[in-house]
Design a protein around this ligand. Sequence first.
Ligand code: DX5
Ligand code: ZN
Length: 218
Amino acid sequence: PAAPRINPSVLAADFVNMQADLARIAAADFAHVDVMDNHFVPNLTFGPQMVERIQATSPIPLDVHLMITDPDRWAPEYAELGAASVTFHLEAADDPVALARRLRSIGARAGVALKPGTDGESLYELFDEFDQILVMTVEPGFGGQGFMAETMPKLRALADEARRRGSDVWFQVDGGIADDTIAQAAAAGADTFVAGSAVYGATDIEAAIAGLRERARA
Ligand code: DX5
Ligand code: ZN
């Protein structure tokens, strides 16, 4: 899908009505699926068994975001079950380049995520190894938090550097993305936008997705 891409986070869906809540985001680009292990972040969601069912049920491809301590061990499983992209945290991976290569060899897009306090410069030499870079705009772990504008200089520096090097890596933002914050993330270089509460909290989900897309374009 072309930019701007809107990826609703099913963390904000009703977990016991997942099939219906997936159907409601059919007009979006990817379903963003947050896997949390209660170790890397202080919250717990679900693992491969649930994601496999989401994969079988979703009308759009999956964008899996792993907030887990051992992505080297677990990330390939999500690629094998058919996720279109699998993003792991740089802070957690033993060998980020080897893991990204493994994910690509299975057929998934490889993503790497940075917490708000993690520097981006170590990725400048590695743009070719990844398909997407996720700049977290909240501390990972929970939906509904406020957007951290102080992460924008890091995003801008990464996106500028990628362009300078001729890379077409995607830049994703996640956390507090809503009508009033999405334009500044787009201006800083993001092309892919994760939104949980701004989508599932809306009365008209289709209109919310269209509105976010419109504001990301402006
Ligand atoms: C938070 C998750 C996000 C979360 C975003 O750690 O990674 O994907 O669902 O939720 P909102 O859009 O409500 O900030
Ligand atoms: Zn996420």
